[in-house]
Design a protein around this ligand. Sequence first.
Ligand code: AFP
Length: 342
Amino acid sequence: MTDRFNLNLANPLLSNLGNLMQRLAPALRQDNVPLDLISLIKTILAATKEISFRVSQGHLGDVMGSTLDENIQGEVQKQLDVVANELFKDILLESGFVKAISSEEEDHSVAGDENGKYIVSFDPLDGSSNIDINSLIGTIFSIHEAPKDMAAGDDDMFKQSGNKQVCAGYVLYGPSTMLVMTTGSGTHFYVLDRTHGGFLLVERNVQVPVDTNEFAINMSNQRFWQAPMQNYIADLIAGDTGPREKNFNMRWIAAMVGDIHRVLCRGGIFTYPADSKKPEQPYKLRLMYEANPMAFLLEQAGGLAMTSQGRIMDIEPESIHQRVEVIMGSKNEVEKCLSYYK
Ligand code: AFP
């Protein structure tokens, strides 16, 4: 319970609330999260609070528009991407908690403190095409323990499966700024309380409904998908006149943070399948700082996170910017989708 709420928790109606509205650190201590990991998480959140403020300033913050450079993924980099990346990088590398960081915006991992216990992969601003239209964007992060036998700055340090994540989360810069995070003891929702500047726990142990009638996919790629995905989506669109005998709704935010947040809140299936649009690049989403952290969050909330070949978190990464096929969300619907690949 926060200092700001003077509630009588002896009242049975309010006793449940005692566990909620908790500040972040006590909530993490309740989940037995080690103190140095709590300190690292607080460092990450300090950067996201600054990004949240700058995002809310919009044009006033003079951060709109594109730089002339292109980032290493070949996409036009928005100025806010650059700002967010620098903020994240600086604050993490100065903290002493991290041995290295890896960012969507950096070609290679960047060395931190040789004695740092953790390594952090992050996408500083996911959904960057939404920046200029004042729509949903977010920061995604994934934390692993740093291997002791490798030097800081060695990219191989990051080649650890999603199963080995000790923490994953995202901060969604929406109408409210929300933190969604897991340390392996359930997925919890927090909201940034701007009056005291901290994140407060608002929902513990979020559960993704196992069934759904909502799907998220970029339909404009339809003709490039493989046959199983073509057939699956065709059956969803056929609605109550097709084999599924029920109508489905579609949503696409074009920011994975926004789409996965909706799935965590009310269920759904989110997929970015393999496609043949660019034959040299069959997948779009990144394993280390998009698919793995979202997979950890969804599995901790009772959902599934797969490729058509197996569990996302079982993949042994080959490179820090590896891309991967993604089929994730409500358990029964993901299983249904995968049945088309058999
Ligand atoms: P950007 O951050 O480069 O805008 O990409 C966002 C993203 O990686 C993911 O968050 C979205 O789900 C997906 O790309 C959107 O892809 P489309 O551009 O094909 O809609």
